[in-house]
Write a protein that binds this ligand. Structure first.
Ligand code: NAD
Ligand code: UD1
Length: 337
């Protein structure tokens, strides 16, 4: 298939492009590089040994979208979005404009081009603070911040379009906590500024870019008092997209599917696993809880197995080893020497 990948230069998008090229698909990336580097796409092509087409443009610009779709795409994978929870509280309008406005423009362009297949990057954030874990897809949906609200609204917009156009099909992949990197160490997560998320923060402490990790809360009702999450290798997640495209070929309507391992690890378990993988000490201080955090969150991934034939293959040690290979080889990310 020929796939348009919005946001394909980003963290998850770049790893997914490798998996798509390796599965034999043709790929066009549309990205404005607001949170990524074109170097990532050069490296994707180097790893896969195949070319992709890149359009430097914005999903809110209809001309850029028409250009990206003019080659006759069979499906779209839609990663392009802003994703920082804290920033979304400070600049909600920028998030509504980019994420919701961009998705509306994309759906309109797909309608113009007659493209009916979509795989959408949703997030476990749509479950807010869940009543029970593991979380199933039919759990109540609620947003606790503007970023989460954009994901919830985008899911609903896509669902409404599928209702209106019977031939349209969408797979809404609700990712839990993607971490790690391609095993080559050539592409990985390269957050701008101070990392918000745990794994890139730990990796930057281990490589000497930051002094100490702050552990947000040691008094959660969990076995060791620190928060528990469902960490998932980004290559497993990339492969879930390839499966979702195949499943989406004859799927009508919008279908939400959790993408997680079904097992949670605490902050301190992740720190220890990273120390083991890197041979580095990760000094930390336990500080107060972060606003908006929950004690524990992990997926019930049975639906992904039933519908996509997908389950996570890589464990925590591999996630840490691959994240470390990327961080050690690229201490300053893509902009480094
Ligand atoms: P990322 O920031 O690395 O990638 C997003 C990409 O989209 C970037 O390359 C950015 O330049 C591009 N982009 C943003 N706005 C754009 C626009 N208007 N036009 C064109 N390109 C634009 O983030 P990521 O971690 O790879 O996340 C990809 C998707 O997955 C996002 O939708 C995110 O919300 C979702 N998601 C991520 C996580 C996670 O933990 N990383 C978890 C759940 C869901
Ligand atoms: C974050 C996002 C969420 C998104 C999810 C998946 C926030 C508030 N939430 O959730 O919207 O869907 O990523 O990408 O940003 N931690 C520390 N120290 C740190 C960083 C994190 O102790 O410096 C802890 C957190 O309290 C949490 C765990 O590590 O218990 C994981 O945090 P993080 O990587 O930010 O992911 P989530 O909180 O699950």
């Amino acid at each position: 298939m020929h796939i348009l990948v919005t946001g394909g230069a980003g963290y998850i998008g770049s790893h997914t492009c490798v998996a798509l090229l390796e599965a034999g698909h043709e790929v066009t990336v549309l990205d404005n590089l607001c949170n990524s580097s074109a170097v990532a796409l050069e490296r994707v092509q180097e790893i896969a040994g195949k070319p992709l087409a890149f359009i430097h443009g914005d999903i809110r610009n209809p001309d850029d979208l028409d250009r990206a779709l003019q080659g006759g795409a069979d499906a779209v994978i839609h990663f392009a979005a802003l994703k920082a929870v804290g920033e979304s509280c400070e600049k909600p309008l920028a998030y509504f404009d980019n994420n919701i406005g961009g998705t509306i423009a994309l759906l309109q362009a797909m309608e113009r081009a007659g493209v009916r297949r979509l795989v959408f990057s949703s997030s476990a954030t749509v479950y807010g603070e869940p009543d029970t874990v593991p979380v199933t897809e039919d759990a109540p949906l609620r947003a606790t911040n503007p970023y989460g609200r954009t994901k919830l609204v985008m899911e609903q917009l896509i669902g409404d379009c599928c209702q209106a156009v019977p031939e349209m099909g969408a797979v809404l992949l609700r990712y839990f906590n993607p971490v790690g990197a391609h095993p080559s160490g050539r592409i990985g997560e390269d957050p701008a500024g101070i990392p918000n998320n745990l794994m890139p923060y730990i990796a930057q402490v281990a490589v000497g870019r930051r002094e100490r990790l702050q552990v947000f809360g040691g008094d959660w009702p969990t076995p060791d008092g620190t928060g528990v999450r469902d960490y998932l290798h980004v290559m497993d997640l990339a492969e879930a997209h390839v499966r979702a495209l195949e499943f989406g070929r004859d799927q009508a309507g919008a279908r939400a599917i959790n993408v997680g391992t079904g097992r949670g690890y605490s902050v301190l378990e992740l720190v220890r696993a990273f120390e083991q993988a890197s041979g580095k000490v990760v000094p930390y201080d336990v500080v107060g809880r972060r606003v908006g955090d929950v004690a524990e969150l992990w997926a019930e991934p049975a639906l992904a197995e039933a519908l996509l034939g997908w389950r996570a293959q890589r464990g925590l040690a591999t996630m840490c080893a691959d994240a470390w290979r990327w961080q050690a080889g690229n201490p300053q990310g893509y902009d480094g020497p």
